[in-house]
Design a protein around this ligand. Sequence first.
Ligand code: SAH
Ligand code: SF4
Length: 357
Amino acid sequence: MSSLSAHASGDPAAPSFFGLGRAALAERFLERGEPAYRAGQLFSWVYRKRQRGADGMTDLPGALRRDLSRYCDLALPPVASLHASPDGRTHKFVLELSDGARVECVAMRTPRRLTFCISSQVGCALKCSFCATGLMGLRRNLRPEEIVAQVVIMGDHTAWSDERFNLVFMGMGEPLANYRAVVDAIRILHDARGLNLGARRLTVSTSGLAPQIRQLAEEDLAVGLALSLHATTDALRDELVPVNRRWPLDVVLAAARDYGRRSGRRVTLEYTLLAGVNDRPEDAERLGAIARDLPSKVNLIPYNPVPGLPYLRPSPEAVEAFALSLYPRAPAVMVRQTLGGEIWAACGQLGGLSAGA
Ligand code: SAH
Ligand code: SF4
């Protein structure tokens, strides 16, 4: 373990608070002779009252406050850099993890809502041909505490007042390739004594790992599922999203359909528009049929160009034409507003600048 991971006032052997579920924390208290309800008290202080140190936790006995670092480590990864878009609505956070790895997450404010976009891995192994994170390759999986910490840090920064925010796993990495840590983090975020983040406000985006989509359906979490489709034929999807060679369209769409039934929620199909590649009228026609059949809502993402990659964003007219031809066919279509392009924080651009670091 590097020296960076030892919190100044903490016990390097104590696990991070942010990776512990309430039951696991209660267990730690019990093992050390404290009542189990301390876990609920601590959850409330840290997640609801945003207390970042033991000193202010006034309903804990003084001795426990002094010794809290024996039970768990409250340290959060430092923010190595923070980038704001010119209009101040989007902030990208670069966090420095204990081993020096850097991970990025983004807070976006629209008039209607606050959305946090978080990462699940440092880099990604799946190498979608248009994605900046894919260019990095996979450095490592994030641990649950490193996933939860992103939410806490962005929450502190944006000082949300009513805890109403949406959370999307659309940053760096493939969440379902780091399945256990992602599900553990979701359960911690869900905890009613903690952030109490409802499943309706949480979306996991996947490039299409069919077995894990089925496994997620079994968890009874009912979080939203977004499938990164991007192509309507196996030939093109094999090229754009190479994991399609393992789980082709019919397999992944069947898993998504079952997920939708099981969760009672309509699956989102993400479709990044690449000029001249997947934005032709016949693509819209096939996409409409797939969307209707699932059923699903379609989220069109105009491509965010990545230097060194050959793809281009279609013109606004071409995006509109594609959306218009889809409207009568698909049950719901949305064109994703591109936020944060100026600070290299838009979809698929995370990690691009630090790829060579
Ligand atoms: N790994 C997950 C989630 C992260 S990316 C996944 O692939 O689903 C979130 C979305 O942005 C995905 O649909 C992804 O395919 C898309 N994306 C990646 N790079 C992009 C880019 N440069 N421009 C637009 N969308 C991109
Ligand atoms: Fe990985 Fe998603 Fe990027 Fe594909 S689009 S390389 S799965 S992060």
